[in-house]
Design a protein around this ligand. Structure first.
Ligand SMILES: [Zn+2]
Length: 251
């Protein structure tokens, strides 16, 4: 096995395990429970053993049900585990010869994933995850030396989301969106941030229309979590999607 294959394999394993931990983190953060103590079935309260806790596989083999009481286990668990594994693999594949950068990127994408899940489930963007993104972004900016680009990107998001927040008395956008987009701006720099904003609204419009069409949400819905759209927009911009578009657009 080549060293790159081995790195990607290890990142995939870590990603799955961190995904499993992320599920616990989100649940206990919401219920304000300590992170210590064993995981339990939410229905019969039975302590879960090692065989119940293997990422993805336990869910698949148990058919998404508790081994003892047969209660259905939320599909959120394997989804978060798979997505976490995927972003870790992506980070390793993007920086195969720079493990430090790969770890930073994996950590940032992981925090972004957990923020999005929190926003979808509880309409919240916890400071802990957003701070994780900001710290990783800051280290990467300092390493790359693109400080000016990151600072101007920060101004763009602060004006854009901060402006909406002030003008609408906090109704059009939450403070969480201001913090999340600012942390992502530090990471993406000016061009990337403009692409992120553009892509977030496009992705947001398409997904919202789709959910309306499928009847998952209704027109009466007060607020649709914007965090996940920002996350998808940021990921696409990071992968260069919007930036290519802008090249065509500007030339
Ligand atoms: Zn049970």
């Amino acid at each position: 096995m080549g060293i790159v294959t081995l790195t990607i394999f290890l990142f995939a394993l870590f990603g799955l395990v961190f995904g499993s931990f992320g599920n616990v983190l989100i649940l206990r953060l919401e219920k304000r429970e300590s992170l210590l103590g064993r995981s339990r079935c939410m229905s019969c309260k039975r302590s879960l053993g090692f065989l119940d806790l293997v990422p993805v596989l336990s869910y698949a083999f148990l058919g998404g049900r508790c081994r003892r009481c047969g209660a259905q286990i939320s599909v959120q668990y394997p989804i978060v585990e798979i997505l976490s594994g995927t972003v870790f693999v992506l980070a390793a594949a993007l920086y195969p010869s720079n493990v430090f950068l790969a770890v930073l990127t994996a950590f940032l994408l992981y925090c972004l994933l957990l923020s999005s899940v929190e926003d979808v489930l509880y309409q919240k963007l916890p400071d802990m995850f957003v701070a994780g993104i900001a710290i990783a972004a800051l280290v990467m900016t300092l390493l790359s030396g693109n400080i000016l680009s990151s600072l101007s990107a920060l101004c763009v998001t602060l004006v854009w989301f901060g402006g909406q927040w002030i003008l609408s008395n906090g109704r059009a956008t939450g403070t969480g969106d201001i913090f999340l987009s600012s942390a992502l701006a530090l990471w993406l720099g000016l061009r990337g941030t403009i692409a992120m904003l553009f892509l977030s609204y496009m992705v947001g419009a398409v997904i919202t229309l789709l959910l309306l069409g499928l009847g998952v949400i209704s027109m009466k819905q007060k607020r649709i979590a914007f965090g996940p759209f920002l996350a998808i927009g940021a990921l696409l911009a990071f992968l260069g999607v919007g930036q290519e578009f802008f090249e065509i657009f500007l030339s």
